[in-house]
Design a protein around this ligand. Structure first.
Ligand code: FAD
Length: 560
C-alpha cells in the first residue's frame, strides 16, 4: 500500500458499541487499532442509551434458565418470514446466539464490569416459543467517569448521570406506592449525594457501558480520535484498504491492513434520508445524537455495498410536551399509555393496538394505521386516577399541571369524556364507546381486542402495586379526563448495510467486499424487522464488532 499518511491494522469508523469490543479483540491479538469518531464525544447513541444488551444464554443467568436452542427457537419465531429482510437469516441469527455470550465473557475478561440488568425484564414477544419471561438483558455497572482521567469529559453524556442501576431507577418510580421502592429511591439519592461530596462523577446506563469500554480500550492501547469524520473509503482492486478522514482541518489518508469496520450509527438525524426511506417520520422526534446522519450508509453504497430494511426504525413513542424539542431525551410515552388506566386512540377515537407491547412494533403500527385512518399523532387518554398515580412527561399532573402545558394547549382536560372528545376533534359517541369497551375488558381482566396484559412484558410495563386480575389494565372512569398527543419517535434507525454472519459487507450479487466489515445500526439489522427484547441494538452491535475483528485477525475458531 502506498500514499497513506499513516497505517493501522484495524481502522474503525465511529465509536459505537461494536467499535471497542472489536478493538479489544484486535489489541489482544497484538494488532494496532485506530477508532475515528466524527463528533467531539466518544460513545455514539450507545452512550446516550440505556446501555442494555440483549444477550441470550449469558453468564449472569441461572443454570438451566436459557440455552442456545431456546434462543435460536425464539429468534426464528420472532423474525418469522425473513424473505424481505436480507440483513437476517437463520445462519446469522445462530451466529448471534453463539457469539453474543462469548463476546460478553471476553469483555468481562478485559475488566469491563457488567451485571444482569434485572431478574424481570422479559423479551418483547415472550409468549413465542423460546421466549424468556425472566430476562436476557445485561448492563454495565454504574461508573465513575473520573477513572478516565483526561478522557473524563469526552464520553457522550448519558441520560442518567447517577450511581444507579437502570432497573432500580425505573422501579423507584413506584416510590409513592411502596415503602420498599421509597427506600430504594432514598438509597439512590443518598449515594448520589455522597458521590458528589467525594468528587465522583458517576454515570449509569449507556454512558457507563461506553465509559467502561473506553477505559478498557485506552488501557489496551487503542488510538481513539474525536472530531475526525471519515469522508471516504479507499478502494484498491475491489478491496477496501483504508479511509480518508478530516483531521485538524486537514485531509488524511489512513491505511487499514486487516480491514475497516464501519460502526457509524444510523441516519435518524438525516431528514432527507428519512423522507426517502421512512416518509412521515421526523428527525425532530428522534432521540439520537447529532452524528447519526447516515454518512457511511451513503459511502458504502457508493462503493458497491447494498442497503436493505431502510424503512425500519426502532420506534419509541414520544409525547410532544412543551420543551420536548430541547429535551435531551424526548418525553417517552411508553410509560404513559403502557400504564394501567391509559389507552391510545387514533384521530377517530378508536383504539388500534396493544399499548403494552414493544415500542418498535407500537410505532410501526401507528405508521401503518396512519395509512388508512389519521393516527400521527394519536391521543393518549387517561383519567384523574391515572393522573394522581403516574408521571406524564416528568410530572404527576394530579398534583398540579405545569402552567406551560396549559398555556401551550398541550394537555387537553375536560370533566366528561364527551367534552374531552370535542376538545380533540373526535366524535363523542365513538370515544365514549371506546372507553366503555376498554372498561369492560378491565373488569374481565382480558383485553379481547389486542391482548394487552397477556404477555409478561406488558405486565412489566404495568403496575405491580395495582392489585386486581391484570397489572396492565385499569379503568378510565373518574373525571377530569385527559388527552395528550403521541407521535412515533425513535431511538435509532434499523436498516442499512447488508453483511454476512461474519460482519463482512456484501455486494448485491452476494460477494464479499474485501477489507470491509460493518456492525450496529449502520447495518440492516440481524433481527430483521422486529425488536426481540431490550438491548437488541447494542447487543448485536457489540457482538458483530467482536465477530468482525475475530474474522479479520484470523481468530475465528479461537476464543478471543
Ligand atoms: C435514549 C435511548 C435509549 C436507548 N436504549 C437502548 C438500550 O438500552 N439498548 C439498546 O440496545 N438500544 C438502545 N437504544 C438504541 C441504541 O442506543 C442504538 O441503536 C445503538 O446504540 C446504536 O449503536 P451503534 O453501535 O450502531 O452506533 P452508535 O452508538 O450510534 O455510534 C456511531 C458513532 O459513529 C459516529 N459517526 C457517524 N458518522 C461518522 C463518520 N463519518 N466518521 C466517524 N464517525 C462517525 C457517530 O457520531 C457515533 O458516535 C437507545 C437509544 C436512545 C436514544
Amino acid at each position: 500500500m502506498s500514499g497513506f499518511d499513516e497505517s493501522f491494522d484495524w481502522v474503525v469508523v465511529g465509536s459505537g458499541a461494536g467499535s471497542m469490543s472489536g478493538a479489544l479483540v484486535m489489541r489482544q491479538a497484538g494488532k494496532s487499532v485506530l477508532i475515528l469518531e466524527k463528533t467531539k464525544f466518544v460513545g455514539g447513541t450507545t452512550a446516550k442509551s440505556g446501555g442494555v444488551m440483549w444477550i441470550p444464554n449469558n453468564r449472569f443467568m441461572n443454570p438451566g434458565e436459557d440455552s442456545a436452542e431456546k434462543a435460536i427457537t425464539y429468534l426464528d419465531a420472532v423474525v418469522g418470514d425473513d424473505s424481505d429482510f436480507p440483513g437476517t437469516s437463520h445462519e446469522k441469527r445462530l451466529a448471534y446466539v453463539n457469539e453474543a455470550p462469548k463476546m460478553l465473557d471476553f469483555i468481562v475478561s478485559q475488566g469491563v464490569e457488567l451485571e444482569r440488568a434485572s431478574e424481570f425484564w422479559p423479551d418483547y414477544y415472550d409468549e413465542l416459543p423460546g421466549g424468556c419471561k425472566t430476562s436476557r438483558c445485561v448492563t454495565a455497572k454504574y461508573f465513575n467517569l473520573k477513572e478516565l482521567g483526561a478522557w473524563e469529559k469526552k464520553v457522550r453524556p448519558g441520560f442518567a448521570p447517577f450511581p444507579v442501576k437502570l432497573d432500580d431507577g425505573m422501579k423507584s418510580n413506584f416510590r409513592r406506592k411502596s415503602k420498599a421502592m421509597a427506600k430504594l429511591y432514598r438509597d439512590i439519592v443518598i449515594r448520589t449525594i455522597i458521590g458528589k461530596l467525594t468528587f465522583k462523577n458517576y454515570t449509569s446506563a449507556g454512558a457507563a457501558l461506553q465509559g467502561r469500554m473506553l477505559k478498557a480500550s485506552l488501557k489496551a492501547g487503542v488510538d481513539i480520535r474525536v472530531e475526525t469524520p471519515v469522508t471516504e473509503l479507499i478502494v484498491e482492486d475491489g478491496k477496501v484498504v483504508g479511509v480518508i478522514a478530516q483531521q485538524d482541518g486537514k485531509t488524511v489518508r489512513i491505511g487499514a491492513r486487516l480491514g475497516v469496520l464501519v460502526n457509524a450509527g444510523g441516519f435518524a438525524q438525516n431528514q432527507a434520508m428519512r423522507d426517502k426511506y421512512m416518509p412521515g417520520t421526523q428527525a425532530a422526534w428522534s432521540n439520537t445524537p447529532e452524528g447519526d446522519t447516515g454518512d457511511l450508509h451513503v459511502e458504502v453504497e457508493r462503493i458497491g455495498g447494498v442497503l436493505a430494511q431502510m424503512d425500519q426504525m426502532v420506534g419509541y413513542q414520544t409525547t410532544r410536551a412543551p420543551g420536548f424539542d430541547k429535551a435531551y431525551v424526548k418525553p417517552p410515552a411508553q410509560g404513559i399509555t403502557g400504564k394501567p388506566g391509559a389507552i391510545l386512540v387514533d384521530q377517530s377515537g378508536v383504539r388500534y393496538l396493544n399499548e403494552g407491547g414493544s415500542y418498535e412494533l407500537y410505532c410501526q403500527t401507528m405508521l401503518e394505521r396512519n395509512r388508512t385512518v389519521p393516527a400521527v399523532p394519536s391521543w393518549g387518554i387517561f383519567d384523574r386516577r391515572f393522573a394522581e398515580d403516574y408521571e406524564v412527561a416528568g410530572s404527576v399532573i394530579g398534583k398540579g399541571v405545569p402552567t406551560a402545558w396549559t398555556d401551550a394547549g398541550y394537555l387537553k382536560q375536560a370533566d366528561t369524556v364527551e367534552e374531552l372528545a370535542a376538545l380533540i376533534g373526535v366524535d363523542p359517541a365513538t370515544l365514549r364507546g371506546t372507553i366503555d369497551r376498554w372498561n369492560g375488558f378491565v373488569d374481565k381482566g382480558v383485553d379481547e381486542d389486542f391482548g394487552r396484559g397477556a404477555r409478561a412484558y406488558d405486565t412489566w410495563l404495568g403496575d405491580p402495586y395495582l392489585g386486581g386480575a391484570n397489572p396492565a389494565l385499569g379503568r378510565i372512569e373518574r373525571g377530569p379526563f385527559y388527552a395528550i398527543e403521541v407521535v412515533p419517535g425513535d431511538v435509532s434507525t434499523y436498516g442499512g448495510i447488508v453483511t454476512d454472519s461474519r460482519s463482512r459487507v456484501l455486494r448485491g450479487d452476494g460477494s464479499v467486499i474485501g477489507g470491509l466489515y460493518a456492525t450496529g445500526v449502520s447495518t440492516a439489522s440481524p433481527m430483521g424487522g422486529v425488536y426481540p427484547g431490550a438491548g437488541a441494538s447494542v447487543g448485536p452491535s457489540m457482538t458483530f464488532g467482536y465477530v468482525a475483528a475475530k474474522h479479520a485477525a484470523n481468530l475465528d475458531n479461537q476464543a478471543a
